[in-house]
Write a protein that binds this ligand. Structure first.
Ligand code: SF4
Length: 254
């Protein structure tokens, strides 16, 4: 099983199947995943015991890394489509997340004007108003709901504690639909969130939230838990079809 941790605060550019030529920003430790979830499909691998004790980069380290790298990429004339907060876990866990968003937007406007700023988040911290306000400032707040059924989310996302889809949906309403919903579909003996029952519940969530775009995707690398199976393009398209027919904008990444 090959899983993967990013070494740098600013990494890439890499080609992302979801956002194009992308510069990544990792606000988590270099040597451990830190997240409020421990998804069975996570490319960073499983959570380590005591991972939360690994130091996060300081605000100064993050500022220096962002400003230094953006300035050098600008001088090289590098074309960057997206600056994406992703990396070794949940970016909103960084205590200076809101300030880092402001630093990033200012640096983008100065050196990489053409790039959009995206944040991939599992949406578990939307109960904190400063995090919602920070996410509203970026071009693409990309918020995760994989399973609309709590019992299935418990198996697939393995949340740290107290996860409720209903509460997350309520928190997401603060965006008024101006966000991107990201949903991973998998099948197999461990968990299958592509069943008709699971999809019906997910459709209802989508109809309540009306996201401006939906990213529907499946696993593309090895997973830390065995028995997680990938859905192909046709299966993803079939899952999306009822919502496409209703006019939702769905991007399928097989
Ligand atoms: S939310 Fe993302 S980083 Fe966290 S465990 Fe799931 S896939 Fe990994």
């Amino acid at each position: 099983m090959a899983t993967f941790l990013w070494d740098d605060i600013v990494f890439g550019p890499i080609h992302s199947r979801r956002v194009g030529r992308s510069l990544g920003i990792n606000l988590l430790p270099r040597d451990a995943k830190v997240c409020t979830f421990d998804c069975v499909y996570c490319e960073c691998g499983g959570l380590l015991r005591g991972a939360e004790k690994h130091p996060l980069p300081t605000l100064k380290q993050v500022r220096d890394a962002i400003e230094g790298r953006f300035a050098s990429l600008s001088a090289e004339g590098a074309g960057i489509d997206s600056i994406s907060f992703t990396g070794n876990g949940e970016p909103t866990l960084h205590p200076d997340f809101a300030e880092i968003i402001d630093i990033t937007l200012a640096a983008r406007d100065r050196w990489l004007k053409q790039a959009v700023v995206s944040v991939f988040t599992n949406a578990t911290r939307l109960d904190r108003p400063p995090i919602v306000e920070a996410l509203k400032k970026v071009d693409n707040p990309i918020l995760k709901i994989d399973c609309a059924l709590d019992g299935m989310a418990a198996v697939m996302n393995r949340p740290r504690k107290g996860y409720s889809v209903k509460a997350v949906v309520e928190n997401m309403k603060a965006f008024g639909g101006n966000f991107v919903l990201q949903t991973m579909l998998v099948k197999g003996p461990v968990v299958d969130n592509s069943t008709p029952e699971a999809l019906r519940a997910w459709y209802d969530v989508v109809r309540k939230l009306h996201p401006r775009e939906i990213m529907l995707y499946s696993v593309s690398r090895d997973t830390p838990v065995a028995g997680i199976e990938r859905l192909g393009a046709e299966e993803l398209a079939a899952a999306a079809a009822p919502l496409v027919a209703e006019g939702f904008n769905i991007q399928i990444n097989a």
